[in-house]
Design a protein around this ligand. Structure first.
Ligand code: NDP
Length: 477
């Protein structure tokens, strides 16, 4: 049985209650995990609060060294961790390796920045006085993580938090706690002081709720659905905790008439079907100029046909199962809704059949055309392998439709005309725009949303700001 990690120790919940984590590809039991409660959260926050006093005074260089050591240790175990991630999440092992690699890259990025932060000296009107601006860590940070990328999305919080001298309590999604626990055990093994990083497992409505309401938690970094994000903001706002919210998206991808077609096809196929379409920054609405529309759509069908659906443990699987039954039911309802409003399924649109598909939450990669603007696949987040394709006459129409969403996370424009691309990028209502490039979150670049896609930024040096408080000090000499 897996354990929570509190104050440097692997522990059960105080109640000793547990729950099961099952494999989305076949329903098999992966492991059991403690079902934590508010009392366990209090223990973890107290441990993190105690550790903060010395951790925040540890030199940035020492913190960086420890983070680099943790990176090496986790890397030595990447194969075993990737298989565990495949079992609990459903993603192909190859994608699991990529995810853990990305996590390690992010941790190294922030370890590298730790000792490079500085404040400033400020001349004042009276020359016998001067000011200093310093940056200080906040205290205990809560990292609340969803199930789609449990490891990278934990890293985008833990990396900048620890590098800047904060301590952390991680709350993984209930269905994907196992790899997180193993990784945090390894981080501790790398020599981190007790209480600097903790994990509490259990239901969001209990463990997450207790964390966001706890008075000693000074910062909440949340990734998840926009609906949960609204609630987190309301509760954490009660005592002015610092928050970042990385929420849902409905990323548009715009293919212009002069796009490099093969690259755009890869952009659409990888962008939509990576992680079985369960990515915040997945391509969720495809807009294609009418002059290249028929050719593009026909080539996309050919490409998507080749994506092998199956258990993530097979080397040739490109699309694993959806993460849970509710997720598959929602995709099915969204596709059905589009069809009932006049859309046509030109590929997929159903569950695969035959041996190996009996128990898992599988769904074929799906392409939809003639989709009306009021269909759910156009207005809601589609968190699975279904892609609605829209014909547009020009960039103005594509951008108007792209911006009609309540979301504004990522977006992309595919064209050889960089003037057109830049103009389009400025007009798209999104936190991120990729030009002729896959929707990928780079550790080096700030990432986050506008509108209902969230508040604040993760990734990049920009993320550090959200883990630091600015203090002004005036000195009279
Ligand atoms: P949820 O909002 O359901 O859950 C996210 C996390 O919040 C989980 O750990 C969950 O715990 C926890 N939680 C649930 N209720 C509460 C509560 N009342 N208080 C505190 N925490 C709570 O999201 P999903 O797990 O379904 O993740 C998918 C969503 O995440 C999609 O909308 C996706 O777009 C978005 N996302 C956004 C990203 C971004 O960077 N913008 C990146 C990746 C995903 P539990 O599992 O126990 O319910």
């Amino acid at each position: 049985m897996a354990k929570m990690f509190i104050g440097g120790e692997s522990v059960d919940s105080l109640t000793k209650h547990v729950y099961e984590v099952r494999n989305p590809a076949n329903g098999e039991l992966v492991d059991t995990v403690p079902k934590g409660n508010a009392e366990d959260v209090r223990r973890a926050v107290d441990a993190a609060d105690t550790a903060f006093k010395s951790w925040s005074e540890t030199t940035a260089e020492a913190r960086a060294k420890w983070l680099f050591k943790a990176v090496d240790l986790i890397h030595e175990n990447i194969q075993e961790l990737s298989v565990l991630l495949c079992h609990e999440q459903g993603k192909p092992v190859k994608e699991a390796v990529t995810e853990i690699d990305h996590f390690l890259h992010g941790l190294s990025f922030y370890a590298g920045l730790a000792a490079k932060l500085r404040g400033s000296y400020v001349p004042l009107p009276d020359n016998k006085m001067y000011g200093m601006v310093i940056k200080q860590p906040l205290g205990v940070c809560a990292a609340i993580v969803p199930w789609n990328f449990p490891i990278t999305l934990m890293g985008t919080k833990v990396g900048p938090a620890l590098a800047t001298g904060n301590t952390v309590v991680v709350k993984p999604a209930s269905s994907t706690p196992l790899t997180t626990i193993r990784i945090i055990e390894l981080m501790a093994k790398a020599g981190m002081p007790n209480g600097v990083i903790n994990v509490v497992t259990g239901p969001g409505g209990v463990v997450g709720e207790a964390l966001i309401a706890h008075a000693k938690v000074r910062r909440v970094a949340f990734t998840g659905e926009s609906k949960t994000g609204k609630h987190v903001m309301a509760v954490a706002g009660q005592d002015f905790k610092r928050i970042t919210l990385e929420l849902g998206g409905s990323d548009p991808m715009i293919v212009c008439d002069d796009a490099e077609i093969d690259k755009a096809l890869t952009g659409a196929a990888v962008g939509r079907y990576f992680n079985c379409g369960q990515a915040c920054l997945a391509v969720k609405r495809l807009f294609v100029f009418e002059s290249v529309y028929d050719m593009f759509v026909s080539k996309l069908v050919d490409k998507v046909k080749k994506l092998k659906v199956g258990n993530g443990m097979s080397a040739d699987t490109r699309i694993g199962p959806l993460h849970n039954e509710a997720q598959r039911a929602e995709i099915e309802e969204q596709v059905q809704d589009a069809v009932s409003r006049g859309a046509r399924v030109i590929f997929g649109g159903k569950r695969p059949e035959g041996p190996g598909f009996e128990k898992g939450f599988f769904y074929l990669p799906t392409l939809l055309v003639d989709v009306p603007d009021n269909a759910r696949v156009a207005t809601e987040e589609v968190f699975g392998p279904a892609l609605p394709i829209f014909k547009v006459k020009d960039l103005d129409e594509a951008i108007a439709k792209a911006n009609s969403s309540i979301y504004g996370l990522g977006s992309s424009i595919w064209t050889k005309d960089l003037t057109r691309a830049r103009r389009g990028a400025e007009r798209l209502q999104a936190g991120n725009v990729w030009i002729n490039s896959l929707h990928i979150g780079y550790d080096e670049m700030p990432f986050g949303g506008v509108k209902q896609s969230g508040i604040g930024r993760e990734h990049g040096p920009e993320a550090l700001e959200y883990y630091l408080e600015t203090k002004g000090i005036v000195v009279a000499t």
